[in-house]
Design a protein around this ligand. Structure first.
Ligand code: SME
Length: 179
């Protein structure tokens, strides 16, 4: 049984994220399956970080065929829903669309204090008010994103971004690619 090092005692964010890094390192020990590791990391984030309504992954995959008989005609790539915790979410997001697609296009984290003020934000859960998306990058290639949503405005700050970026790095280097 997984035993989190984390406790219910209030911690500052630096301590919280270094505890989470220890927990994730434990989860990644002896397991390199990316889907399994993503599933456990989404559960770890959702059950540990306060004030979230969604925590999960989108992975870069081939675009769905556009014709009944067609294959992958364009050979383009898009984000496809991966393991997550929260309400069911939209499945496919084009690069450059929404907060997630913007993070892929910029190859950088995107921190949104007010999703209503972000042009093109994709509302999967009407309760979401702020969002943090961190790209997963290996050898310069974007593999996908980690997406966190909160029902509170301005829930995420630079400490959350740095903490999730560190966890993303552990997850990417501790898993096998491609999926
Ligand atoms: N809000 C995201 C879509 C994914 S859901 O939040 C789970 C976006 O704008 O890309």
């Amino acid at each position: 049984m997984f035993q989190a090092r984390t406790s219910d005692t209030p911690r500052d964010k630096a301590t919280l994220y270094s505890d989470l890094a220890l927990d994730l390192t434990g989860l990644l020990t002896d397991e390199r399956d990316a889907i399994a590791n993503a599933a456990n990391l989404s559960a770890l984030l959702f059950t540990t970080l306060p004030d979230l309504n969604w925590a999960g992954f989108y992975f870069m995959r081939n675009t769905a065929p556009k014709t009944p008989n067609g294959g992958n005609l364009g050979g383009t790539r898009e984000l496809v829903l991966g393991p997550f915790q929260g309400k069911p979410a939209c499945v496919r997001i084009a690069v450059g669309r929404g907060v997630c697609g913007t993070a892929v296009e910029r190859r950088q984290s995107v921190l949104v204090e007010d999703v209503h003020a972000f042009p093109g934000h994709i509302a999967c859960d009407a309760a979401s008010r702020s969002e943090l998306v961190v790209p997963l990058i290996l050898d310069g290639q974007v593999l996908g994103v980690i997406d966190l949503d909160s029902p509170s405005p301005a829930r995420f700050d630079a400490a959350d971004q740095a903490g999730i970026e560190a966890l993303a790095k552990l997850f990417v280097t501790g898993s096998d690619w491609p999926l």
